[in-house]
Design a binder for this molecule. Structure first.
Ligand code: IPM
Ligand code: MG
Length: 357
């Protein structure tokens, strides 16, 4: 099969981690007889520097016309003082909206080899950590109006949070469908004791539940959920939540699995053209030092093969290679522990590639 992949290397550690993921994809292509063609796309801080815009229209077009997009990370201190609509992150938000990828899937699964890297007590980790956060990605407060103005002489900042029923329903369905393919437990997370948008969210989830009688639906307030994630993560199967809550909870969920550097994500909308990115940021402090962990990006490439290209065997091969690499005791600095062998970003990529068969 031939597939066209738009590649956004981005800022900070983005270029070095994407490089490893591309090498992995090339190895998969060679072993399984596919052809992956790559188109470079500028987005984020590097696009601001080059084009004066974090996501020029023609770059978005390249992404929309591709079979899927692989992204490293964007952002960095260098662009902290640019106006909000020009920030690197704005490019990412515009990309997600422009591609219509409303459903972001973030797995929180502990690799048995990394159980010790979790900051949680052994007894909690041993109960199992294996859940998915389904995050609404192109609505809510990140996409509402943002403005700062003087009201009665006081500088005042305003960010609007709004959801309509259709936006909630389409992500709700993904939550139920995802749970249906797993352990059939869906936890809907909101703040319905305070927010109108959350009250509508809860109402829509319960209406949908009638169509999915095989899935057990529960509700949880977001503050309680953040506590339950560290207290008893084994209770979760699939969590569905709105954009900002999902952003925050998915960082928390990743940390309990050992390292944010290990977690991939997929973002999909109405078509098979998806956006695949690790959930961590651009880590400018370690950029260019060859110490970043490329596994989140490599596993994102695996998700692309599984969810957009219908290549489950190939995705399995990448995941098995990562598992073999960990079994053999190799670790990047973020997950290093006593008795293991520390490797850099490039070597990590090479070791994983040589284990793909
Ligand atoms: C993420 C990131 C982004 C988000 C930022 C960089 C805009 O934190 O993917 O979780 O908030 O969605
Ligand atoms: Mg985030």
């Amino acid at each position: 099969m031939t597939k066209n992949i738009a590649v956004i290397r981005g800022d900070g550690i983005g270029p070095e981690i994407v490089e490893q993921a591309i090498k992995v994809l090339d190895k998969v292509a060679e072993v399984y007889g596919h052809r992956f063609c790559y188109t470079d796309v500028d987005m984020g801080g590097c696009a601001i520097d080059k084009w004066g815009d974090p996501l020029p229209e023609e770059m978005l077009k390249k992404c929309v016309e591709s079979d899927s997009v692989l992204l490293g990370a964007v952002g960095g201190d260098k662009w902290n003082d640019v106006p909000g609509h020009m920030r690197p992150e704005k490019g990412l938000l515009r990309l997600r909206a422009g591609m219509g990828v409303y459903s972001n899937n973030r797995p929180a699964k502990i690799w048995p080899q990394l159980a010790e890297a979790s900051p949680l007590k052994k007894s909690i980790v041993d109960a199992g950590i294996d859940f998915i956060i389904v995050r609404e990605l192109i609505g809510g407060i990140y996409f509402g109006e943002h403005k700062t103005e003087e009201i009665d002489g006081t500088p005042t900042a305003i960010d609007i949070l709004s959801y309509d029923e259709k936006e909630i329903e389409r992500i709700g369905r993904i939550g139920f469908e995802t749970a249906r393919k797993r352990n059939k437990k869906l936890c809907s997370v909101e703040k319905s004791n305070v927010l109108d948008s959350s009250r509508l969210w809860k109402k829509v989830m319960h209406r949908l539940a009638e169509e999915y009688p095989d899935v057990e639906l529960s509700d949880m307030l977001v503050d309680n959920c953040s506590m339950q994630i560290v207290k008893n993560p084994a209770q979760f199967d699939v969590v569905v939540t709105e954009n900002m809550f999902g952003d925050i909870l998915s960082d928390e969920a990743s940390m309990i699995t050992g390292s944010i550097g290990m977690i991939p994500s997929s973002s999909l909308g109405a078509t098979s053209c998806g956006l695949y990115e690790p959930i961590h940021g651009s880590a400018p402090d370690i950029a260019g030092k060859d110490i970043a962990n490329p596994i989140g990006t490599i596993l994102s490439a695996a998700m692309m093969l599984r969810y957009s290209f219908d290549m489950p065997k190939e995705a399995d091969a990448i995941e098995a290679a990562v598992s073999a690499y960990l079994d053999e005791g190799y670790r990047t600095a973020d997950i290093m522990s006593e008795g293991m062998r520390q490797v850099g970003c490039k070597q990590c990529g090479e070791l994983i590639i040589s284990r793909i068969c």
